[in-house]
Design a protein around this ligand. Structure first.
Ligand code: SF4
Length: 289
């Protein structure tokens, strides 16, 4: 499959920090802008290039909204209207929850950017109190970066799980979404060879999300320099997808694209001199790396 073209915009802020925004046209007539919410990120997800930077700063509401405004100005002629906004660039959006809620409300406001709330998606690694707040204060969609089916793996690859484990995270979503019966959560699942892509993972994933109105997005891992993980082969991703579909889930697959230009989920930013530490690899997964 020919990778679709992605465009990367670099913004230089007043303090000389650089943030990155990606515009992703799709063959189905949808053009998505992926905005950053922080410079760097504090969450230290082990598969993520941005996470290696550590947190440098939160972006202001204006700095977030302007990314979508500029993308519209620069690329509407070439690709048609920007139809979707995803908060999946640099940073953990809900770690900057005040500004992200304000920015997303401007994006959907009639006097703002006039996107449909169903076309604006805020992604999180699983900050439970902020998820509750977001679901209570925003009418935009929520995506949760799940990426593991056991606490052992998630504690390792997404350290936020040590504070809010799978049971707490998914229990909160189940509870809160009862109050928003029309909402559907998007679970993102980056597929890492030998780490989270087994038949047992597919079975556990089905059980974990039971009772939550959701879609699953399986994402091919884009290896980056310094990465210890390997991507799950495409044919194995398809098998994994088929198992989930057979158990009744709605599943999308995003096979790799954009890895040639370091502009894909978890690959934005420059690690620089300072890097957060890599965490100890559980013994049984050492062979997978
Ligand atoms: S995956 Fe998201 S939350 Fe995790 S380190 Fe990367 S940017 Fe931060």
């Amino acid at each position: 499959m020919e990778p679709e073209r992605m465009l990367q915009i670099l913004f230089s802020l007043e303090d000389a920090s650089v943030i990155e925004t990606v515009v992703i046209p799709s063959a189905r007539g949808r053009t998505t802008v992926c905005v950053s919410s922080q410079v760097g990120c504090a969450m230290n997800c082990q598969f993520c290039f941005t996470g290696r930077m550590g947190l440098r700063k939160h972006l202001s509401t204006a700095e977030i909204v302007e990314q979508a405004v500029f993308a519209r100005k620069l690329f509407s002629d070439e690709f048609g209207t920007i139809t979707n906004v995803v908060f999946m660039g640099m940073g953990e959006p809900l770690h900057n929850v005040d500004n992200v809620i304000k920015a997303s409300s401007i994006m959907v406001d009639e006097q703002g950017l006039q996107f449909s709330p169903r076309k604006v998606t805020v992604s999180t690694s699983g900050l439970v109190p902020e998820i509750k707040r977001f679901l209570n204060e925003s009418n935009c969609d929520l995506a949760v970066s799940l990426n593991a089916t056991t606490d052992e793996v998630r504690d390792w690859i997404m350290p936020i799980n040590r504070r809010y484990n799978l049971s707490t995270l998914l229990g909160t979503l189940r509870e809160e979404l009862r109050l928003r019966p029309k909402s559907i959560v998007l679970f993102e699942y980056v597929m890492l060879a030998g780490v989270n892509d087994s038949v047992d993972d597919a079975k556990r994933l089905t059980e974990l999300v039971r009772g939550i109105a959701c879609k699953i997005n399986l994402i091919s891992f884009n290896p980056h320099s310094g990465s210890q993980f390997k991507p799950t082969p495409d044919e194995k991703i398809i098998e994994f997808r088929n198992m989930l579909i057979q158990s009744g889930l709605t599943v999308m697959v995003r096979l790799s694209r954009g890895d040639d230009q370091m502009a894909a989920c978890g690959q934005l930013g420059a690690a620089g001199d300072y890097q957060l530490p890599l965490l100890r690899v559980p013994e049984k997964f050492q062979v997978a790396l």
